[in-house]
Design a protein around this ligand. Structure first.
Ligand code: BES
Ligand code: MN
Ligand code: MN
Length: 462
């Protein structure tokens, strides 16, 4: 056994226990009730980076949650890898759908994870994947095989839009100077078919509010005679897609990148079973934009989805009422070349124009970010590819993902370096959902694969 494998084997129980401790802290960035927990998590990360062998670690204050920065410098003549990850997590609700507490990690076996998986909020997104990098550093350090310089930048606001990180990156270009950015915050096809994420979608997230009468009304006395904001809102939302499931906002598709037939044929080669996909979700058919396959719909095509909708009476029993207001939260996933600010404006103008007389509409943009595509003809991608091939025994396939990490395009703009997305999660790991989990196999494979990335990246840099 090589030193990497034997180190992981010898220390795996502790690696798992340490992650479990980290997962117990409810670092929910969206909810101010957890402010102290988010801050405590940053302190825990700082300690772990110090123990793993960084020469210097600091908590960098920002207008929002702190960023943990650490580095180990070996030589000015060697390349520098900048690791990015996030220590904040999504809110765990709905709580009653969790089989065990979201912040009481347990290990359970599943069909896909026969070696067991850690169930907890953040296990996969992103504490588990981020912590693989901390343990990989420990491994390289303890076994004297860290081949280059390394910097860590771990933030606490990814799940709410990374505003403070953007602020930090713009002010610290020199501190963050690097040759490649390495992130594990995405997924792969399966535990036997690794893939490297080559694309992320952009995002525009908005909240809408429709107001009708100035107060809630008796639905018998007034029903039929005034605009009901909930009726109107649902009608407006329904009109945002046509019968082919194309989005109807004027100008929405103007800058959408069209892939060539050849690129689409290349994409279609990735292993995918529509039957398994439907079975895993208990649906009898898929649904989406006409003319595109499921994998195209969720990666290279832009989308619009209601994420939440509310208004009126939703309590026990019935209450006859026409609510004064109705609300929805809407996300648009964007593809490269679509500018998220422009799309947000197009949405606002169009949505406001849909409001009939007797109602008013307010559109409040939340956050957003640009999409990203990475080329595969650079040494970062090649190093990742060789690393996966070594540990999985099969070559990794490049694949675009439907998710978003908006800060990645800003990294390229501000730091002028490429990002390599080495994700080890699976789509079935239920990120952002009840019973989120991360396979023990995936966690340990990540720790094993990362040091090889460093090795090959340094060799290829020469
Ligand atoms: N790690 C995810 C993004 C992701 C997951 C990308 C799986 C590809 C594969 C990240 O934490 C996330 O959830 N991003 C948000 C956007 C953010 C601005 C809230 C998203 O994609 O909804
Ligand atoms: Mn994430
Ligand atoms: Mn997330």
């Amino acid at each position: 056994m090589n030193t990497i494998k034997s180190y992981v084997e010898a220390h795996k129980t502790r690696f798992i226990d340490e992650l479990i401790e980290l997962l117990k802290i409810p670092s929910i960035s969206a909810d101010p009730a957890y402010t102290q927990d988010v801050i405590d998590t940053s302190t825990a990360i700082k300690t772990s980076l110090e123990k793993a062998g960084c020469d210097h670690v600091e908590i960098c204050e920002t207008p929002g949650y702190p960023i943990v920065y650490g580095h180990k410098h070996i030589s000015d003549d060697l390349p520098t890898v900048l690791v990015y990850g996030h220590y904040d997590v999504q809110p765990p609700d709905p709580l009653d759908l969790w089989e065990s507490g979201p912040f009481e990690p347990v290990i359970k076996k599943t069909k896909i994870h026969p070696e067991g998986a850690i169930f907890a909020r953040g296990s996969c997104d992103d504490k588990g994947q981020m912590y693989m990098h901390v343990k990989a550093l420990e491994l390289m350090n303890e076994t004297n095989q860290l081949p280059c310089n390394v910097k860590f930048m771990i933030e606490g606001e990814e799940e709410v839009g990374s505003e403070s990180l953007a602020w930090f990156v713009e002010r610290n270009q020199e501190k963050l100077a690097n040759d490649v950015i390495l992130i594990s915050d995405t997924g792969m096809i399966s535990n036997t078919q690794p893939s490297i994420t080559t694309g992320l979608r952009g995002l525009s997230y908005v909240e809408v509010e429709v107001t009708g009468p100035n107060r809630d009304l008796h639905s018998g006395l007034y029903g039929g005679a005034v605009a009901n904001p909930i009726n109107i809102l649902t009608k407006m939302i329904a009109s945002l897609h046509d019968e082919n499931n194309h989005i109807t906002i004027p100008g929405f598709y103007d800058n959408v990148e069209e892939l060539s037939t050849q690129e689409r044929a290349e994409m279609a080669k990735a292993p995918f079973s529509l039957e398994d996909y439907k079975n895993a979700l208990d649906i009898d058919d898929v649904y989406g934009e006409a003319g595109y396959t499921t994998n195209e719909r969720n990666s290279i095509r832009p989308t619009l989805d209601v994420n939440g909708i509310w208004g009126g009476y939703t309590g026990e029993g019935a209450k006859t009422v026409i609510a004064s207001k109705a609300y929805a939260k809407i996300s648009m996933r964007l593809v490269p070349n679509q500018d998220w600010r422009e799309i947000t404006e197009l949405f606002k103008t169009h949505f406001e124009s849909l409001a009939p007389k007797g109602t008013t509409v307010k559109v409040t943009p939340h956050h957003g970010g640009q999409g990203y595509v990475t080329p595969i003809d650079n040494i970062g991608y090649k190093a990742a590819s060789k690393a996966y091939e070594d540990t999985f025994g099969v070559p990794a396939i490049p694949q675009r993902s439907g998710g978003s990490i908006p800060i990645v395009s800003l990294f390229e703009k501000e730091l002028k370096s490429k990002t390599i997305l080495m994700g080890f999660g699976l789509n079935s790991d239920a990120i952002h959902s009840p019973n989120e989990h991360f396979g023990i196999f995936n966690y340990l494979k990540g720790i094993e694969t990362i040091p090889l990335f460093y090795k090959y990246f340094t060799e290829l840099s020469k």
